[in-house]
Design a protein around this ligand. Structure first.
Ligand code: SAM
Length: 218
């Protein structure tokens, strides 16, 4: 599956990481880029930590390309590739300080199962930010252009594809996934799939939660 970054638009991964830092204030330690593809978000996250970054995706070839990029950038010692799926994370319980997943939850077969698994993999006090978007600081003109192209390509697939695209980007859908995963204290941030002429378009849709420090949970 190709990454969505277009060469003629500015990079948005640093803008997303800016939001991650602001909304999660993560501790250093083990950070996971879940559904990383070729790792663009993971590389932007690596600029904010000296710790380990787990790059996790079911697509082995994408992970191989991510590792080649890591080697080019001298980051191979800090990037740990893991082949796997959100719904059955090959990660130990309580191992992760931060799990970020951008542009991937829409493709999971069972998002509530994936959310439950992310919660299991977090250490108490660890944070997760799952969803999609371009970052609050991404320039408005570029956001509009990105969303215009994205919607155009979805429209070409017909009305059912448009309906499905919008459905999985609704705040209610994110809240339902969290509820089905058994999580009560979550934040749902963002407005969903707004039209390209809305000034807030492209901010994205995120489910954010922290694993309870008091009780040992799932
Ligand atoms: C649109 S790409 C996003 C890649 C990257 N995170 C980004 O922001 O550019 C979606 C990624 O989700 C991965 N994916 C699909 N199903 C998944 C699942 N069940 N669990 C984890 N990742 C999955 C795909 O292999 C793909 O790399």
């Amino acid at each position: 599956m190709p990454a969505q970054q277009a060469d003629d638009l500015p990079d948005y991964y640093r803008c997303v990481v800016h939001d991650v830092m602001q909304m999660c204030s993560p501790q250093q330690g083990v950070w996971v880029d879940l559904g990383c593809g070729e790792g663009p978000l993971g590389f932007a996250l690596a600029e904010r930590t000296d710790g380990v970054l787990v790059l996790l995706d079911p697509d082995v070839e994408a992970l191989q390309r991510a590792l080649a990029t890591a080697a080019e950038r001298g980051l191979q010692g800090r990037m740990v590739p893991v082949v796997g799926r959100a719904e059955s994370l090959p990660l130990a319980r309580g191992c992760a300080d931060l799990v970020v997943s951008r542009g991937s939850i829409y493709f999971w077969d069972d998002p509530p199962a994936g959310v439950r698994e992310v919660h299991r993999a977090l250490r108490p006090g660890g944070k997760a930010m799952l969803g999609g978007g371009l970052g609050k600081t991404y320039p408005l003109w570029a956001r509009r252009e990105f969303i215009r192209r994205r919607r155009q390509s979805v429209r070409k697939k017909g009305p059912e594809a448009v309906r499905a695209f919008e459905e999985v980007r609704k705040p209610e859908t994110f809240r339902r996934w969290a509820r089905q995963a058994g999580l009560e204290r979550v934040q749902v941030v963002g407005e969903g799939a707004l039209p390209e002429d809305d000034p807030d378009t492209g901010l994205g849709m995120w489910l954010i939660f922290e694993k309870d420090k008091e009780r040992q949970q799932t």
